[in-house]
Each structure stands twice: as C-alpha cells, then as structure tokens.
Design a protein around this ligand. Structure first.
Ligand SMILES: Cc1cc2nc3c(=O)[nH]c(=O)nc-3n(C[C@H](O)[C@H](O)[C@H](O)COP(=O)(O)OP(=O)(O)OC[C@H]3O[C@@H](n4cnc5c(N)ncnc54)[C@H](O)[C@@H]3O)c2cc1C
Ligand code: SF4
Ligand code: SF4
Length: 1019
C-alpha cells in the first residue's frame, strides 16, 4: 500500500506568526497555510515553481491595509507579499516564496458603470471578459485584448500593462486607465490620476510616503527627460514597468498611473481602477488570408497594413496544423478552404470593424481589391475567405486565442515553453528578425510554433524543451542571451506584452544608465523590498539582486524526480502547463464547475493536476512505484487489507496528517464531468487521474459506504426493478432517508420507474437485439436497423424516455432493437474501483463487439455513459474500440431515412446542453439542431454550464451545497424563466433529475419532443 506522506515543507514560523496575527487583528478574508493550497499557487504559466508560505484572499480594502501595516511591524519586516490575479503570468510574475495575496477571489465587483461618460469603476479582481459581458448591454467594451481574457483580471492586466490583438488601434491597458486606488506598504491608500502642477506642489509639501513618491518621480522625469527620450524605442509596445517615458503626460501632468501600470505588484496593491471604455463597433469582418510559407505571410502583412485594417494577426503552419486537430476547427473550417495542389504554411487574419454594414463593405473592398490582384503571385497569398459579422469573427478569434494551448498539447516530452515568447521589434523589422530568430532555434534543432500580432511587431514563439532534462533546461539561458542580442540589433524588446517577471534580470541592461532611476522609484514605494521582490527593480539602497532566469527553481527540476513509470501512468495530468484556461469565469461555460462553485483553486483541473504531480513526487522520494502499487491493489483481497486499512482510517479520524488526505479532499469535490478533458487545451483528464488515485488511496484507507452503494448500483438494478415496490416505498420513509443521508451519505435517491421497459417493449412490439432476431431481419429492415444500448439510469429510473426514444426512432423510419441490459461500469471508474471497472468493461465490450459485427449501428442515449465506451473503454481495453454513437450522431448521419418527415412547424425549442457531451463531442448540439431542422422544428441552444448533478455527485450528502450552487450558476435562470416553459429540452439523465428535484419540472429529452411533435401532427 502507498505510505503516509507527511514529510512536506512546512510553513516557516515567521509566516505562521504573521498569519496568526492577521487573524487576531480581524482579517476578514481567507487565510491558508495549507500545503495543498501552497502547492497549487506555486506555479503560473511559466517554467518556474516556487512554493509560497501561505495564501491570503482579502475580502476588502481594509484587509489589504491591515496586511500592509502588519508587514511593517518589527517582527514582520522580512515578510514578502505578492499580489495575484488570475495567475496567468508567463514569466513567474506572481510567484513568490512569501505570501500570495489573491485579490481575485473576493475583490471582483464591478462598482459603477457610467455609460454616458464612458467609464467604469471596478475592483481589480474583476476578470476582463466579466467586465465586457457587463458592459455589452450598454454597447461598450474595455478595449485592451489578451488571449487569457476569460480568466485574467484587471489587476493583472494593469500590472503587466497587458495588450494583444488590436493594440495598434486600441493601445495598451495603460492607455485606458483613468484612475487607480492603491494600498501602499505603510497602509496608506493612494488615489492616482493625472496631477496638475499646483496640486503637485501641494502633494509634495507633505511629509508622508505619498509626498516622497511624487517628489521622486517628478525629479526623475525632470532631471532625465532627454536621456529617457533617447532610450525608448519608437514601438507600439513601449517599455513598461515604471514607464519613465510617460511619467508626465502630453499636458505635462504627472501621471503616477503610468508608473503603476506594468509594475507587477512591486509597488503596492492596486484595489480599484476607473477605466475608460469604448463603443463596441457595430459590425466586423475578418479576412483569412492563406500563404504557402510563413515568411511570405510576415512580409505581406506589411503590405496589407496599407489597407488600414483594425488589426492583423498571423499564425504559422505548426499552430494551424494543431488547430485542425482540435474540435474547435469545426467552427472555423469554412474560412480556411484547402487550396488545390498547395500546402498552407501561414495565415494572416486581417480584421476590420465599422459602425455600419456599408462602411464595413467599403473598408473590406480595399483589401479584397488588393488580394484579388495579387493572390497566386510570387511572394503573395494563395487565397482568402472572409468571416462576416461578430459571431463568425469571434469564432476565428477563439481559435486563435486557443493557439498557445494547442502548442502545449504537443505529443512528446519536449513541450513548448514560454521564456522568449513575446519579443517585440518595430513591425517593419519583423520578417527579417523572425528569420534570424528561426535560424537560432533551428541551429539547436528545436521545435516551435509561431503566432502573434504582426501589426505591432510582436510574435509569440514557444520553443519546445523537456525541462526535466538538465541539458535542455540550460537552453533557456543560451537562447535568451542570444535573443537579447538579436533584439538589440533590431531595436526591439524582450518583453513585448507579457511583462518581465523573472526576465527582469535583463532590465538593468535594457535601461542602462536609467536603471538606478527605476530603483529610486522602488525605494520610494517599498524601501525594504517586501513587494514581489526580485522583479522590475530592487530598491536603490538594497544589496539584494534581481532574480535570474536560471536561478529560480523550475517545475522541471521537481518533475524530473518523479519516477518515470509513475509519470507515464498519470500522463493525462502531467502536462498541465498552468495556462489557467480552467479558471474561465463564465458560468455558462462547462469548464470547471467545482472551481466555479467554490472559487478555491485547488478544486480546479490545474489544482488537481498540480496536487497529483506533487503526490507523485513525494511518493517517488520514498521510492514508491505507483504502477506496482496499483497492481498490488488489484489483487489484494478485501479481508487481508481490512485490518491495516481500518487502523489507518482510525488514525485519519484522530487527525494524523497525511498529504494523501489533501489530495483526496481535492479529488472528492471533482464531479468527474470531464469538461476539463474536452475543454483544456492540453486535454488534462482529471477523472482518469482521480480514478487511479482513489484506487491507491483506498488501498490504504477504508472506503465510505456510499462508494459501495454507487459502485454496485448498475449491477443491482435489474433485481431491484423486479421488486420496485420494496425499493420505492421505504426510500420515502423518514428513518430510511435519515439513514441514507447520515450513514450511507446519499440524499434524494431516485425512484424506480413505474413502468418496465420489458413490458413496454412487448406492448409496442419492440424487438430485443438477439442473434435470432437479427438473423431474421429482412435486407430492408436491416438497412434501417439500429441497436439501442441501455444505460442503468435511463432504463430503470427514467424508463419512459427510453420507450419514447424507441418509438420516435420507429416513427422516423428506423427499425430499433434493444440490447439486453449490461452494466457499463462508469460509476466504478468514477470511484476508482479500477479492477472491477476493467472486468465490467471487458465483458460488456465483448457483447457490444459481437453486435457491432452484425453491421448494425449501436446507439446510446445517456451522454456520459455512451461517451465512456469511446474514452475509458479505449484506455482500459486492448483491441478494437467499440463504437457506440450518441443518438444525434447517428441521426445526423442518417438524415436520408427521415428526410420525408418534415412537419413545417413554427415550434421552436431550446436545448440545455449536457456538459460532458458538449465538451467531449463538440458537434453534438449542432447535430441536434440539424436533426430538428430536417424534421421542420427549430432548436436553439441556451448556453449553460454543468447542472451540478453529474451522475451521483449531486446525490452525495457531502456535496449538497456545491451541487445546488452549481445548478444556480447557470441552469436555474433559464429553467425558472416562464418564457421557456414547455420549450426546454435536455439530453442527460442527470440534468433532468437535477431540474426535477429543485424545480419539480420535467424536461423532455429531444427524442421525446420529436415523438410528441410527430404524433401531434399525425393526430
Ligand atoms: C496562454 C496565455 C496567453 C497570453 N496572452 C497574452 C496576451 O495576449 N496579452 C498579454 O498582455 N498577456 C498575455 N498573457 C499573459 C497574462 O495573461 C497577462 O500578463 C495578464 O495580464 C495577467 O493577468 P492575471 O490576472 O493572470 O495576473 P497575474 O498573473 O496573477 O499577475 C500578474 C502580475 O500582476 C500583479 N498583480 C495582479 N493583480 C494585482 C493587484 N491587484 N495589485 C498589484 N499587483 C497585482 C502580480 O503580482 C503579477 O506581478 C498570456 C498568458 C497565457 C498563459
Ligand atoms: S488544467 Fe488545462 S486548462 Fe487548466 S491550467 Fe492546466 S493546462 Fe491549463
Ligand atoms: S472533471 Fe469536471 S469538476 Fe472535475 S476537474 Fe474536470 S472540469 Fe472540474
């Protein structure tokens, strides 16, 4: 059995005392020195891994003032504090070995929208897309764009001076900041906006920290004006991080906001921002131009700039190829038609925005004329296509935004990593610079993909390195140093838009004689170097050095200590690169319900994969081979293991620490909804790692009773159904309910259906899929035959749905047959009964394969159960996979059979998608829409996240709060909306159960609606 893991790195006494004082002094937010939370906060999207001493999540500005003041008291002057937003930095910006101050968790309110004056006031934990969703009804938006817009915070954007696509038109974050509220380290709250000279005189006359700060920056600008002018390159991406060039604005007012923007948490905690917002252009178009090679696309971008677009982005063949392998390609393929006889190796995405269709057409006509005249010529594009309107344009941008993720999903140990990923040069130098850049990477035989903002001269490049290999790790220094020289040659910058972080090492070199001026600023704000030290600049009088790119601990250094076999066994989680896509703020997006409901980072795919990695590392330290342990756990008998497990479990109840419990806790809140597997760009599969972990955890600790109940349910159902009254009646009795809730750990157990599938099949003369019945099919019947594969939940708890589905199939012209019931095993997998799952899968797959060999298609109704056949069955069984189609996949392939059933109806319905289905079978909603369209019905999608039930998760006592919270996030609204009554459809058994128990409403399955509509017409 796996050992107890208690040799962890404990929080230092200094920090424990600090956290205790915080609590004592009335800190309202969350305080956590827990190891699991620290592990999860030890990474961002960079190559680094730095374990903090603890995490605090302030509730409000008073908490930050308290935190700052306390850090100035005598015993705590060595305490280090690093603010954190979304944690999406690519260069260790928010990593610290001190305290993480997570501003995103509680301080995320949009405080004021002034549509008339076009500004907004927000707390800095607000996510960029959250803000734009709130602004949309006013026709306004916050313009600076970045690929991480669904999880990066305004605080993070301000502190890295973020920008991205469209920056030539809209500028950087700094250009939209009107005022900031910042907590300084002495506890002073400073409000900053441009200051006229009279006000400056007044401010400087004081004796406090504010006076000293204003005096310092004014002096720097006034004394070094010429030097500053001479140093800063004329780039769209000007040098940020204490932006000396913009200390005074055009009206010569001192603007401290320009110093704070890009300061990466080294000057203070920025708590509120007043931001300038713009009118959303009414319409847009995206010209998708294809090229035979990447260099041509780079060079042609300069020519296309003459056609005055809003922005131009480029993507190379590598990224394009990976995008084509992703489900997202379905939504954009039409804009990238394959040219005959030529290979596309680069694309330019040229965007136009306008307030009227007419204006848009006129603007696009300019580039159309240019492209029509040049396409096919040497050094020009092959062909182009145009996406018209926001919806189509956003589809392509979403594909582009996922590009970094695609790169991270390379299928080898060498993965694309950020360290020189956002260099910027004047756009006219870009093509030459990139050719030399590529030559350097080619010299070291490194793989890479490239994409970026050609209009601004910023190209994103992530060379692939296996950071577990010490030799490859050295390349970070080699490549960066060579790149720095190359950038100098082309008059550019190492940090085009992602900020400096650990790369601040190069700041003294880039700033030259002006670097001491940066140090003076740091000194004025943070004389003891307590705020995110080692980044941007050190205080002038401090002997401490900036961090160095190869002296900060990397993830690779820790990962390489994990046993190879264990690394491979858990490979589905090992490659999480911390890009944070699983912290998506949008409640109508399926990704990750447990994170959304709790806002606790360890309850996210990133959190869980970080914990699995650390768990494997601690096990490897003890020379434990998890592959071997899993094998032993498979064979060791229950009576043999019971006594030691009981003993260990008693110690657990007595509070004995074991890191295994921290991992168990994080896994227990996972719904196994598989949205991570479908939506994560790296395809991190937490349910798979969770199953393997639980398998080993319960070889050491006893399982709760509910696990056995859930695991055996599928096998008990046929027998329970025979005695349904004996099951259904007691389950409603209060003492039984009490027992189930408090002892068995289950609530709201569903009742077995009143009707029996067997009897209904007899009544409607629906045949079983037996060898005899199949052999008796006529050729005509066989061509329309389809075998329905039952799942336990729908067959026994929602039998009417199965009957209606079979009747609907018949009404559509098919010949449905029913496979005799066999357990699928999904609940066993979810709870980590892996050997029983494998045996079940083997047996069921054997039967399915026999039926599959008849040539008749197999279909399943419940999405999660059906998708198990193609996902988990594939992993656990050798040989040919079984192909059980989702019903809509089958119907959309066989539209010919029911093309004559068109109803010419005005009826429109709304589908609430099932999260596993939407994320793991991306076309599923479109397929239903297509099927409905053929029948003559309209089906619209209402975007929702997870319903909160996810199999049996919502029935477990301990999950009640989280299950309801998830339901309330996105399902409750549309279900309660009176306008939707009788119109809502959903495919999942779980989703229907959840709506039934919370709203007492029955939602129909789309097949039931089809049957209803067909029957009503026939009546
Ligand atoms: C896949 C990917 C794509 C990216 N694409 C872009 C892009 O297109 N454009 C771009 O500009 N960047 C991009 N980035 C980088 C990153 O998303 C941005 O730097 C972003 O602005 C960081 O926001 P965050 O909320 O995650 O901040 P964090 O990473 O949490 O913090 C960033 C810095 O800000 C500080 N900070 C955060 N909040 C506060 C606060 N309230 N007060 C004081 N200091 C604070 C932190 O200490 C840290 O130094 C990308 C990153 C990834 C992983
Ligand atoms: S789990 Fe996936 S989406 Fe989340 S941080 Fe890791 S790689 Fe990104
Ligand atoms: S399976 Fe669902 S709940 Fe679990 S980590 Fe993945 S997205 Fe989150």
């Amino acid at each position: 059995m796996i050992p107890r893991l208690h040799e962890i790195s404990n929080t230092q006494t200094l920090y424990l005392n600090f956290l205790r004082r915080l609590e004592k002094d009335g800190f309202k937010g969350d305080i956590s020195p827990e190891y699991s939370e620290r592990v999860v906060s030890a990474t961002d999207n960079s190559i680094y891994q730095v374990l903090p001493q603890g995490i605090v999540c302030p509730k409000n500005i008073d908490d930050l003032v308290l935190l700052a003041r306390l850090s100035q008291e005598d015993p705590f002057q060595q305490v280090v504090l690093s603010a954190r937003g979304g944690g999406t930095g690519t260069n260790g910006q928010s990593l610290t070995d001190g305290l993480v101050v997570d501003i995103s968790k509680h301080m995320n309110t949009i405080l004021e929208i002034n549509a008339d004056e076009r500004w907004v006031r927000v707390q800095t934990g607000v996510v960029k897309d959250q803000l734009n969703a709130a602004l949309k009804p006013y026709g306004l938006f916050f313009a600076p764009e970045l690929s991480t817009s669904n999880r990066a915070t305004i605080g993070g954007m301000i502190n890295t001076d973020a920008s991205g696509q469209g920056s030539v038109m809209y500028g950087k974050t700094r250009d939209h900041v009107l005022a900031l509220k910042t907590v300084l380290l002495d506890g002073t709250v400073i409000n900053t906006a441009p200051v006229e000279s009279t006000e400056l005189t007044q401010l400087i006359s004081g004796q406090d920290r504010i006076a000293s700060i204003y005096q310092t920056v004014a002096d720097i600008y006034d004394q070094h004006r010429e030097e500053i002018k001479a140093l800063f390159p004329p780039l769209n991406r000007c040098l940020t991080g204490y932006d000396l060039a913009h200390i005074r604005d055009e009206q010569q007012r001192i603007n401290l906001n320009n110093v704070l923007c890009g300061s990466e948490g080294t000057l203070g905690f920025i708590t509120e921002a007043k931001l300038n917002v713009l009118q959303i252009p009414k319409t847009s178009a995206l010209v998708c131009v294809q090229y035979g090679d990447f260099e041509t696309s780079l060079r042609d971008a300069q020519a296309l700039m003459a056609c005055h677009p809003t922005s131009i982005e480029t993507v190379d063949s590598k990224v394009l190829g990976l995008a084509k392998d992703d489900l997202i390609w379905n939504s954009v393929a039409q804009f990238f038609p394959e040219p005959t006889g030529q290979t596309v190796a680069g694309i330019n995405l040229v965007e136009y925005t306008a307030d009227t269709d007419e204006e848009l057409k006129q603007k696009v006509a300019v580039i159309q004329k240019e492209l029509d005249a040049t396409c096919g010529k040497a050094g020009k594009a092959i062909q182009y296509a145009i996406a018209w309107g926001h919806e189509q344009v956003n589809q392509v941008w979403n594909m582009r935004k996922k590009s970094v993720g695609f790169l991270g999903n390379a299928q080898s140990e060498a993965r694309p990593i950020p360290f020189v990923e956002d260099t910027a040069v004047p756009p006219e130098n870009l093509a030459d610079y990139i050719m030399e850049f590529r030559a350097i990477l080619d010299e070291y035989n490194l793989q890479y993909g490239m994409f970026g903002h050609v209009d601004a001269g910023v190209l994103h490049v992530r060379p692939a390195l296996d950071m577990k290999d010490p030799e490859q790790e050295k390349m970070v220094r080699v490549i960066t140093d060579r790149l720095v020289s190359l950038i100098r040659k082309y008059n550019g910058l190492l940090w085009g838009e992602h900020g400096k972080g650990v790369r601040s090492e190069y700041a003294p070199d880039f700033f030259g004689n002006l670097y001491p001026q940066l140090q003076k600023i740091k000194q004025a704000f943070d004389p003891r170097n307590q705020l995110n030290p080692g980044k941007i600049a050190t205080p002038l009088e401090s002997p401490v050095q900036l961090l160095k790119i190869d002296e900060v601990a990397t993830r690779g250094q820790l990962d390489r200590t994990i046993e190879q076999d264990s690394w491979q066994q858990y490979s589905e989680s090992m490659y999480c690169n911390g890009n944070g896509a699983c912290f998506n703020y949008d409640s109508a997006d399926a990704m990750c319900p447990s994170w959304k409901a709790t806002r606790i980072r360890k309850y996210s795919p990133k959190g869980r994969s970080s914990l699995i990695r650390e768990w494997l590392r601690l096990l490897s330290d003890k020379q434990v081979d998890t592959v071997q342990e899993s094998g032993i756990a498979n064979y060791i008998s229950w009576p043999v293991s019971f006594i030691p497990r009981l003993f260990n479990t008693l110690k657990k109840h007595n509070g004995e620490y074991d890191f295994n419990h921290e991992v168990y806790d994080a896994m227990s809140t996972c719904l196994a909804c598989k949205s991570c597997t479908g939506s994560c760009p790296i395809k991190v599969d937490i349910p798979e790692s969770r199953a393997k972990f639980l398998h080993l955890y319960h070889a050491r600790y006893l399982r709760p009773l509910k696990d056995y109940l859930i695991g055996s349910l599928e096998f008990l159902m046929p027998t329970l159904a025979l005695w349904k009254d004996i099951y259904n009646k007691p389950i409603r009795w209060t003492p039984v309910k009490w027992f189930l809730r408090h002892v068995a750990g289950m609530v709201d157990s569903p009742l077995i259906s009143d009707i029996s599938l067997k009897q209904e099949m007899k009544k409607h003369q629906l045949p079983w899929a037996t060898a005899l019945n199949i052999s008796r099919l006529s050729k005509e019947q066989k061509s329309k035959a389809v075998i329905y594969v039952q799942d336990a939940f729908t067959s026994y708890f929602d039998t009417q749905v199965v009957v209606d589905t079979l009747l609907a199939l018949r009404a559509l012209g098919f010949h449905p047959m029913v496979m005799p019931y066999m357990a699928n095993g999904k609940p066993l997998h979810v709870h980590g009964f892996l050997s029983r799952f494998q045996k079940t899968a083997f047996k069921t797959a054997d039967k399915l394969k026999k039926l599959q060999n008849t040539g008749i298609p197999l279909i399943g109704l419940d999405p999660s159960t059906t998708l198990t056949y193609r996902a988990e069955y594939q992993k656990y069984l050798e040989g040919n996979p079984v192909n059980v189609m989702l019903i809509q996949e089958f119907l959309s392939e066989r539209q010919d059979v029911f093309a004559d059933k068109t109803l010419h109806s005005e009826d429109a319905f709304h589908i609430l998608g099932h999260c596993t289905e939407k994320t793991n079978a991306a076309s599923s909603i479109q397929q239903w829409q297509q099927v409905f369209k053929v029948i003559g019905l309209t089906l619209n999608e209402i975007k929702v996240g997870c319903c909160g039930m996810a199999g049996t998760f919502g029935h477990e006592t301990r999950n009640q709060d989280i299950s309801r919270k998830i339901y309330e996030l996105s399902w409750q609204g549309p279900v309660k909306n009176p306008k939707n009554q009788g119109k809502l459809l959903t495919t999942g058994y779980s989703c229907r159960s959840q709506v039934k128990r919370y709203e007492h409403q029955i939602l129909l399955h789309p097949m039931q609606q089809i049957l209803k509509s067909l029957s009503e017409t026939n009546d």
